[in-house]
Structures are given as C-alpha cells and as structure tokens.
Ligand binder design. Sequence first.
Ligand code: SF4
Length: 705
Amino acid sequence: MDIEKRKLLLKRKQTIFAEDKGETLIKNIFKHVLPEYGYSIRKNQIDLAASIYHSIKKSNIALCEAEVGTGKTFAYLLAAIIFKLIKEKKIEGIGKSKFEGVQEKLKRKPKKPIIISTSSIALQKALIEDYIPELSKLLKEWGILQAHLLAVVRKGKGHYICDQRLEDCIRSIKDKPEYKKLKKLVELSYKQIDLDDYDDFTPYVKSRINVNDKCSNKCRKYYSCRYNRFLNKAMSPTYDIQICNHNYLLADIKRRSQNKSPLIPDYFLIVIDEAHKIMDTARQMYNTPLSKTYILKILNIIGKLNFKRKKTKKSVKRYIKLLIHNTNRLYTELFNNIPRDTIFEDTEKFKTSINKKAWVSIKSIIFGIDSLIDIIENNIYIMPNKKNLLYYILRSLKDIKGRCNIYLKEDNIIYWLEIANKDKNKITLCSIPKDLQKRLFNDLWIKPVPIILTSGTLSESGSFSHLKKKTGIENVRRARLDEVTKGSPFNYQKNTLMYINDKLPFPNNKDNKYINELSIEVGRLIKAAHGHTVVLFTSYRAMGLVFKNVSDIIKEYPLIKMGKGMTNPIDTFKNSKNGVLFAAGSFWEGIDVPGDILSSLIVVKLPFAVPDPISEYEQTLYKSLDEYKDKVIVPEMIIKLKQGVGRLIRSEADTGVISILDSRMKKNGNYYNRVVKALPNCKVTNSISEVKRFINNKKEEAYFK
Ligand code: SF4
C-alpha cells in the first residue's frame, strides 16, 4: 500500500473515532469502512442500525420491520457489536481524536454474549459462515476489533454425537457399510460434530449415535465426552455471539423461569431474527404433548426388564396391561370425540374433548404410573447393573404423569389432537396454556435485557398491533417499546407489476369448476411469463390437482412439484433455466431465488389460516367474529402473503410479476385495499396482456431462449 493510501486510510480511521458516541461510530463504519469492501451505502440500513443501537442502550424491546434489501443482518450485528465493545470498554479511545489512542486503553471484563435466535437453519449458516466472519474481518482490519469475534451455533442435544452411544453402535454393526465412517468419528473425538453436517448417515444411524434423553450425570464418560466438553465451552465466556433457533431460546427461557440450569450463558442482548415465527415456536415450546407412542414405548422398555422377584414380575405385568388398556381407551375416545364438521383438508390440529370417559382413562393412567414408580424405586438397588436404565424409566414415568395431570385441569389449557401421517397409532394429545401471552411476558419480555425482534414481515402496513397482542408484548411499558419500519430500497414501481384476477369461482378445492378454471389461469400466466414461475399453494391437495391439469396444457417448460420423492426441488428449479415450481409450505418464507429464474410469482389463494382449536379459543376473547377477523385473521393472512410475495424481488436488478388469483380480491370487497396497501407499491392490473407486455419489456433476449 503506498504512503498516500495509508494516509487516507488513517484519516478515515480518525474520522470513524471522531466522536464519543456509539451511534456516530456505527454510522461512520457504514459510510467509510463498508464501502471499502464493496458495500453500498443504504440510508435505511444506517438508520435501522442507529435505532437498534439506541434500543440496546436503553434496554428496550424493539420491533424492527426491515423489508427485503434493507440489510438488517449487518444493521443489528454492527449495532450489537459496537454496544458490546463499548460496554466491555474495549474501545475507550473512541472519545479521542487520535486513532492511535484506541488500543492503548484495552481492558477486559467478563464477557456476556449476544444471543441471536433464528427460525431457519439457512440463516444460522449464513450468520456463522458469512456475516459474522466478514464483519469480524473488516472491523479487525480497521482496528475497531482487537481480536476476531467468536461465535457458536447452539442446537438441541439430538444434533450432537454421544461418545458412549457411538461406541455401542460401532460394536453392534461391525459388518455394516457405516462401520468405517463411524470409526472415523471416533478418531475425531477431539471435536464436537454437528450431525446435520453429515448427510451420508441415514436418520436411523444418526438416531443411534446422537445424544438422547438417557444422557445423565450417571454416565461414566460424563466428565470427558465431547458433548459435555462442547457444552462446558459454550457455557464459558469464550463466545461473543451465540446463535440458536427460537426453540432453543425459548427452552432456555422456560428453564430459567422454572429455576432450572440454563442452556445458554447469561446474555446482555437477545436478537430475535425471523421474529414473525416466534409465536409458532412459543406454541410448540409451551405445548405439553402426550403421545400414545411415548407411553407405549416406556411400557415396552419396562416390560423387557427382568425383575428378580416373582411377585414383582407379576405386579409389573399387571400394571403394564392396565396401562396399555387405558392408553388405548383414552386415545380411541379422544379420536371419536373429534367433531366431523371441524375436519378440513389441511387440518393439523383436531378439535376433541376430554369427556368423562377420557378423564377416567387419564386418572387410571396416573394410578398405574404411580404404582410402577413405586416398584421401580424399590428395585434400583436390587438391580445395580440396570441403574442408568431404571433412572431413565423413572424420569420418563414422572414426566408422563406430569403431562397427564395437565389434562385433568382442562380449564387452563387449549387442547387438541395431532395425528401424524393420518395414522391413528401416531396420535398425540397437545395443549398450550390459555394465558400463553402472559407466560411469555413473565418469562421473556419483562427481562431487564434489550430484545430486538426483526423480520421482513412483522407488521400490517406499519402497524404492529397484531404482533404485540399475539405475543403479549402489548403489556410492556410504552416507554420500553420501540417500533421501527424500514421500507425496501428496491424500485417496485419500475420493476414489479401486480396482476389480480377476481373472476375465478370462490376458492374450494372440492369444486372441480374452481380447480379447472384455476389451472387454466395458471397456465396462461406461465405462458405470459415464459416459464420462470413459482405457483404458491396453501394446500398440498390443490397443488397436486392443479399440477396435474397444468401438465396437460404446458409442455414447453419443465414443471417441478414440491413433495415426496423430490430431494431438492428448489435447486432443481434454480437449475431449470425457465422452469415452473409448484410449491407450498416452506416456500412461503425464507427461500431466496434471485435473478430471472423467478420472474412470476402466482399466489393461487389468499393464505388464510385453517381454523383450529387455538383460533376458536382466541375468537372468544373478541366481542364478535368480525372484530376477530379484522384484528387477527386478516393481519395474519397479510403477513403470510407478504412473506410469499417477498420471494419475487430479491435484488435491485430483479424484475417480475406478482399474481393473486382469488375472487375475494374484488375492488369493493373486504380485503382489496388492505392487501394492496400492504404489498410492494407497484402498478396493479387485471389484464394478462399487460403481464405479457411487462415481461417482454423488462427481460433481455436470453430470457426467452
Ligand atoms: S455423558 Fe451423555 S453425551 Fe456424554 S457420553 Fe455419556 S451419555 Fe453420551
């Protein structure tokens, strides 16, 4: 580097540290440092980072909606890192005019990490592999950091290797093809291994070598195994940033509220990215599932125990028989209690009722479990070689009993049935507390740490009312709550067209006329965009029917359907050049397909949620169904729609058409204005010729080949 360039760099560094405010430092990094590495200056990103910094400083809760292209990840990372550095007095010199003074006053204080919680593995990967190393590198090069940032991804124990189980597994599969690969894992015993990174093991093999519920401090490897070494390091002040998913964060929060040992070390800041998913996760984490297979599995293990005394053997056999009988009776009863008129095509949570018969079955299960607990406790010292297994059984029995007790007091819970793969044997009774929002408030929002909730889609046209009510954040003091909305920097007026068709029959997947007309319209739009299309469904059944019909009409573009047997439909679509992807479920969010391959996004139906026992209960909290629709159902639909539509324009250069095909989108109808206002501000048309013209005008020659 020549002298002039060095001087220039030094001058810029001095500018960066010119004032004694973290906010100024953040702004200067965005304006002077990041452009040196090819990043463009984005006003909304700088403002967002400054707002987040202030929220952290005031220990506030910030709701930050940052639309696609804002650069929210760098914004919150930088705000959090600078605050942490100042807090830990690592950059005391920022008050000095000379950059040289910066490093002199380095002091180290015990570190508390930043927690970043995400909903998707893809974002965790991007954070640990791209964002954090990149930011760390450039901040270090500019002398803002003295050492690289250390970050770790934290996952549930099932993702990691258990040395004991690995050893046991290897011993039992000597002549199997996995033997050599597993042996290799033993050689790597110095490092923890995330099984998600090992695609060459089947889920079955992974389930035989991962850490499971039987892990306890009774294990002889407890103090030396790699899992516990990893945990000890993760709980030490080693890491600046700990990344986890929402489930792990809420599991930690719940444990703290129950005075159990935490999963994550004490932190000074929580960032909840992809925060629009936090309530779905809360419903999972505060759920108390009681599955038939779980009860039968534990009974099966007990049945195989070889008790020494004849009398004990006989009693155990009798109680197991009684428990199996009552378990079967309970789930049959619950299944029969599902009102048939509440079963829809895509129902996942089935309404049921715990009537007298079901209640008696639960009581009988508790009685049987208590009897088994007594017997096993009395046998622990008679069967020392089975001690670990017996402790595991005891823990499981007490756990089942605890779960059963919750369903005896049904006034405090919302409960439902879940049936996996429509198999009556894979049936689970689930519940969440009716006061879930209050629990979240007490366990999380009231904590004296700053919490940043961010996502591209948190509000309905800038209003966070729905999010605040749904999460319990509405009970937070107004002064502790910040709300920020940053629009996308993309030029939607120029690059996007919205096509609305309200002439189709009312959406009803059982109506052949609807499916046929919808298929024809989808076909016309595919032709208008010359392939390059994603068709988004809320129902897998409708997706299958329309796909079949469209396959008969469209022969010139590859048609790809998400679903069973398709290992990676997104990659197949990306590589197809001009393909058409029929998608549902996860494609509505978090999937990034920039470029021309996705130039037309068709939403076949407004994505209203399927009614379930939770929505049925929530409705009772509102004065009328209309009010509930207005304040909950429509905002939720709009947030989901924004997520889906957000897949289309992923960069400044992207151009494309959003199509919404739904008869409820009439101009004078209930939803048109709210939907159009919430979606990207672009021209709206109902003419398919205009769609053709738009594509013809916007795309280069290569697009049509
Ligand atoms: S302590 Fe737990 S994870 Fe470690 S070897 Fe034992 S059972 Fe496995």
